[in-house]
Design a protein around this ligand. Structure first.
Ligand SMILES: Nc1nc2c(ncn2[C@@H]2O[C@H](COP(=O)(O)OP(=O)(O)OP(=O)(O)O)[C@@H](O)[C@H]2O)c(=O)[nH]1
Ligand SMILES: [Mg+2]
Length: 249
């Protein structure tokens, strides 16, 4: 039996990482954790190393510098595959995602290939965000789902679970996005590969410590990519992503 792997990307999360790890360990004791740190100047990587020293289920992947959320997840997914994990959960370090929801995501994963923790389905919510941030997230999600024909209500959620077989079909190594659009591109590829997807409600809470890495550049990247994908879709409906040929034929 392998342990589900919770991947937590970090950049300057020194105030949050220890509490997040301890919440995961107590709420989902059967899981392992991988912290993917991009050489955070605030010493998050050192704190992560210390956590890994004292807990055998905690692992750390150090990267050379800040290269964006998408790059961190691509490296984390590759690590999960190398280490034989069969289920992967992605989660933020900043306390916005409640580790107590992990068992529900894993439960839903028994009947789906990909499970999205969703703020915009009944029972879900985003608490503590100012009106403009709420409008940006809801509006962005609704624009992307309409333009791309996605079935999910919350297409930018960063709290998700995947079967490894689903990641194998999605091929995250080919995903080009770095910011929020990484999450959208992953769903688009999952839909293209005709994977079974489920959404479960989550309550998201705005971070109380540390600073957001959200920027105008990240929003602009998402808007531009979604619009280009949408236009491309109008011209040529996206073909389903072909399943990978077995490596040993
Ligand atoms: N390794 C790595 N992690 C990152 C990078 N950018 C953001 N993160 C992490 O990704 C997660 C989400 O980033 P946040 O800054 O919380 O951004 P957000 O959740 O989209 O927005 P807010 O929480 O509203 O500010 C957090 O755990 C960050 O530390 C990056 O370039 N590299
Ligand atoms: Mg956040």
């Amino acid at each position: 039996m392998t342990h589900p792997l919770v991947i937590i990307p970090t950049y300057n999360e020194a105030d949050n990482i220890a509490a997040t790890v301890s919440r995961v360990l107590s709420a989902a004791p059967g899981t392992h954790l991988l912290i993917v740190d991009d050489a955070s100047p605030d010493g998050t990587g050192r704190i992560a190393d210390h956590l890994a020293l004292t807990r055998s289920s905690v692992h750390v992947l150090h990267r050379a510098g800040k290269a964006g959320l998408g790059a961190a997840y691509r490296a984390g997914f590759a690590w999960a595959l190398e280490h034989g994990h069969r289920e992967v959960i992605q989660m933020d370090a900043d306390g916005s995602h409640d580790a107590a929801d992990i068992p529900r995501l894993l439960e839903a994963l028994t009947a789906a290939d990909v499970v999205v923790g969703s703020r915009w389905v009944p029972g879900g919510a985003a608490l503590g965000w100012p009106a403009h941030r709420l409008a940006l997230s809801r509006g962005g999600s609704s624009y992307a789902r309409k333009v791309l024909g996605l079935a999910q209500r919350d297409v930018t959620s960063g709290f998700r679970a995947f079967r490894m077989s689903a990641l194998d079909a999605i091929r995250p190594e080919e995903v080009a996005s770095t910011g929020y659009s990484f999450q959208i591109e992953m769903l688009q590829r999952a839909a293209g590969a005709e994977l079974q997807m489920a959404e479960v409600p989550i309550v998201f809470r705005d971070r109380t410590l540390g600073r957001s890495k959200m920027s105008l550049a990240i929003v602009a990247e998402a808007m531009a990519r979604v619009t280009i994908w949408g236009l491309r879709r109008l011209v040529t409906p996206a073909p389903a992503i072909q399943a990978k040929a077995p490596a040993h034929v």
